[in-house]
Design a protein around this ligand. Structure first.
Ligand code: NAD
Length: 502
């Protein structure tokens, strides 16, 4: 059995907890490796290593830090095919999609290569008589990231790309379900010239997460995962005096107005609802057609599109999507399908009981379509995170706008229309953090910023882009005065009044 070790202080380290997590091959259902699960003491030792490593790294000039990232980018591009295959074999997504997962993370590395410019700070000459003011952004020190299974490449790079560029040392606690690619990232960063200990990867479960949240030398924590755990991480981290950004779950809606290009809508929905088996926080699992005619047309057109979908193992280059991540998750998705039936929604296509010939043990769930889903249903209110599309019919634009706005989650939303005024009004008023206009998966590019609203995100700073730089740095503002060259001014009297610019 393959063991997946920690990556600490620049090398592979066997853990000493005696506890392991099982890493499955979702295509077959077999256990393919075991991953170490760290103790709190192991986390604390990694933090001590990071504290040491950060001193030199934080003092390294930004251009040199950027050079390491440039080289890392080159190495990832060199190895992207092997990395994508490894990722797909643990996650279950198809290899082309795994390559996209890596590529989207790499785009944050590209953004982070601009760190000399991003850290330039601000300067005001002559803010008062002989007084100049300037600000600088300094690294926080040691920061940590805790990441979910569904983007084992992109989400770690959202975090460590920016954090390391800013001069921090970073401790990554990846998902224990697909932990191999994050370890490779640690190795490739070393090969790129990053000093040992600046990026460490420690595997674990709640024990490791709690140790990260409690360790006083960790100044900030980035978390991405499900909402209850995001909320827990946020509360515990903030109580320990840390900066915390904690992204949670989602239930994204696609609103379809009667004038939308329906062929495009159906193509977009098939990819956004079923791609990666629906295991994306920016998937579109709810579609809201406005008006009965739009709903009927959409339903009619979705059926052949669903029938055409091809499920396959993650290495199948013809497959549209692969298995879900685990047997437990497959059972969870199927339970939600049953819940929808019990609640009275119409099950139009049932993906339960799907088996792939030759891979009967794989965690496959067929594409599933519900119609006449109502806002009061629990299967609508909660995140399913599987290949399940729910049609919630609306009579008016206002009703359609209210659905995502009133939902507990507010990660992403899309509107499909040819009407610019309607799209504009929708984008301005919807209570959701990321909006697509005829764009089904509106994940912002790396130099903008990613983050949802409501129970999709706790904390007030988004990830990557300029917000990421803010999150991983603290600002220091210097007000300076120098004696004038002409000798004027001399010693001024003590002032007991707060200085003002009056
Ligand atoms: P998860 O919440 O189960 O796990 C996320 C991380 O938390 C993992 O590293 C895990 O080890 C750790 N963890 C699990 N249980 C814990 C506990 N009890 N205490 C402390 N830590 C714990 O999430 P997942 O199943 O890996 O990922 C899927 C979820 O992530 C979905 O809800 C999805 O919407 C969400 N997600 C959100 C975003 C976003 O940006 N908003 C992006 C991707 C995924």
């Amino acid at each position: 059995m393959r063991d997946i070790n920690h990556f600490l202080g620049g090398s592979s380290v066997v853990g000493n907890s005696g506890r392991y997590g099982e890493v499955f091959d979702p295509n077959t259902g077999a256990v393919q490796a075991r991953v170490q699960l760290a103790t709190a003491a192991e986390v604390d030792a990694a933090v001590a290593t990071a504290v040491e490593a950060q001193r030199g790294w934080g003092a390294t000039n930004p251009q040199r830090r950027a050079r390491v990232l440039f080289e890392y980018k080159r190495l990832i591009e060199r190895d992207i095919n092997q990395l994508a295959e490894l990722l797909a074999s643990e996650h279950g997504k198809v290899v082309a999609d795994a390559r996209g997962d890596i590529q989207r993370g790499l785009e944050v590395i590209e953004f982070s290569c601009g760190i000399p410019h991003l850290l330039k700070g601000e300067y005001t000459q002559g803010a008062g008589p002989g007084i100049d003011v300037y600000s600088m952004r300094q690294p926080l020190g040691v920061v940590a990231g805790i990441t979910p299974f569904n983007f084992p490449a992109m989400i770690p790079m959202w975090m460590f790309g920016v954090a390391i560029a800013c001069g921090n040392a970073f401790i990554l606690k990846p998902s224990e379900r697909d932990p191999s690619v994050p370890v490779k990232f640690g190795e490739l960063m070393m090969e790129a010239g990053l000093p040992a200990g600046v990026l460490q990867v420690i595997h674990g479960d709640k024990v490791a997460v709690d140790a990260i949240l409690d360790n006083p030398s960790i100044r900030a924590v980035s978390f991405v995962g499900s909402s209850d755990i995001a909320h827990y991480v946020y509360r515990r981290g903030v109580a320990a005096g840390k900066r915390v950004q904690a992204m949670g779950g989602a239930k994204n809606h696609g609103v379809v107005l009667p004038d939308a290009d329906m062929d495009q809508v159906v193509a977009d929905l098939a990819g956004a609802a079923f791609g990666s088996a629906g295991e994306r926080c920016m998937a579109l699992p709810v579609v809201v057609p406005v008006g009965a005619k739009t709903a009927e047309t959409l339903r009619e057109m979705m059926l052949p599109a669903i029938a055409k979908l091809r499920l396959g193992v993650s290495s199948d280059t013809q497959a549209d999507y692969g298995p879900v991540v685990s047997a437990a998750h497959k059972a969870r998705v199927e339970n939600y399908i049953q819940m929808g039936v019990d609640e009275g929604a119409e099950l139009v296509v049932d993906g339960r009981g799907f088996t792939l010939q030759g891979h009967e043990g794989g965690f496959f769930v067929g594409p599933t379509l519900f119609d006449h889903v109502k806002p009061a249903m629990q299967s609508y209110q909660e995140e399913i995170f599987g290949p399940v599309l729910q049609i919630v019919r609306a009579d008016t634009f206002e009703e359609a706008l209210a659905l995502p706005s009133n939902h507990q989650y507010g990660n992403g939303v899309a509107i499909f229309t040819r009407n610019g005024a309607a799209a504009r009004e929708f984008a301005a008023n919807v209570e959701v953090g990321m909006v697509g206009i005829n764009v089904p998966i509106p994940v912002p590019v790396a130099y903008h910023t990613f983050g949802g609203w409501k129970r999709s995100a706790f904390g007030d700073t988004n990830v990557h882009g300029p917000e990421g730089v803010k999150f991983y740095t603290k600002i220091k503002t210097v007000t300076q005065r120098w004696p004038s060259l002409s000798g004027g001014g001399g010693v001024t009297d003590s002032s007991f009044v707060i200085p003002t610019m009056a």
